[in-house]
Design a protein around this ligand. Structure first.
Ligand code: PLP
Length: 284
């Protein structure tokens, strides 16, 4: 693969980052994952805006501009012949040349890396069969709305879910589901309402969820923004996750409890189809 490192496109074996980079020593870094279909970028501007918000929250100066990031993403897609999959990019606070909790001020140059990942996004068996989740405690830090590379807890919970025979984990704080290990979580009640967690600091404000909820409100399903309990989720008619790497995928089993007939429900199917159509029409 050809990857991007600080303005250069280089073979992955030649991309080198210092051991003193704060991204490596402190997970002092933010990232984004942009999906690609038909060789084009989905919701690019939403991802750039969130990267800038994440950097501002962490007081990271010198955010890369939209045009620089757009060129990087397009070049990476072209050089790696990516037609469907993801582009990952990360900005670290940079390399101060030593290890110190205190970071130097504005003059530190951020480190910027980017790479592509091929993956089928539109045609996936899980879109029909659904995924299974287990609920596990949410012990992440309390700024989950910032998209940092501190992903160890989420990785551990995903591994724990796999060890339980499930596909993924839904995280629970004070009895309420916050979100998935790397997706936003939603349910559809038996009364036919889509319930989604409020946009506070306990969840990542998903770019996909924002688009999906807007499409949902345009006549697919009534949306209610509030947190829901594990019990309510197990009693739901449907459940789903949203993420750039998943679009919309049905959740058909929660802690071993099957939802509906155990396959994708009608509202989840409609939202997935509507989102894919929106993505195809608006990708740049
Ligand atoms: N929640 C978490 C914890 C995530 O890591 C992600 C990223 O994929 C999401 C939600 C979904 O966000 P987006 O739709 O912007 O990919």
């Amino acid at each position: 693969r050809t990857v991007y490192l600080n303005g250069q496109y280089v073979p992955e074996t030649e991309a080198k980052v210092s051991v003193f980079d704060r991204g490596f020593l402190f997970a002092d870094a933010v990232y984004e994952v942009v999906s690609v279909i038909d060789g084009k970028l989905i919701d690019f501007d939403g991802h750039v805006a969130r990267l800038h918000r994440s950097m501002a929250e962490l007081r990271m100066p010198q955010p890369p501009g939209r045009e620089e990031l757009l060129t990087m993403c397009r070049e990476l897609a072209a050089r790696n012949a990516l037609t469907e999959g993801m582009i990952y990019f990360e900005v670290t606070r940079g390399n101060p040349g030593d290890r110190d909790f205190l970071f130097p001020s504005a003059e530190l140059q951020p480190t910027i890396v980017g790479f592509t990942q091929n993956a089928p996004l539109v045609d996936r068996p899980q879109a029909e069969s659904g995924v299974s989740v287990v609920t596990l405690p949410d012990r992440r830090w309390q700024m989950a709305h910032v998209k940092t590379t501190q992903l160890l807890y989420a990785s551990l919970m995903k591994a724990e879910a796999k060890a339980c025979g499930a596909d993924d984990a839904w995280l629970v704080r004070d009895g309420f589901v916050t979100e998935g290990s790397s997706q936003n979580a939603h349910i559809v009640t038996k009364q036919g309402k889509l319930i989604t967690h409020p946009l506070d600091s306990s969840i990542l404000h998903g770019i996909t969820q924002s688009a999906v909820l807007e499409l949902a409100r345009q006549g697919v399903v009534e949306v209610e923004t509030r947190s829901f309990t594990v019990e309510e989720a197990k009693d739901a008619a449907e459940a789903m996750v949203t993420a750039a790497s998943a679009f919309v995928l049905p959740v058909t089993r929660i802690d071993g409890v099957q939802l509906g007939d155990g396959t994708c429900g009608p509202i989840t199917r409609k939202l997935r189809e509507t989102y894919i159509e929106f993505a195809r029409n608006s990708a740049i």
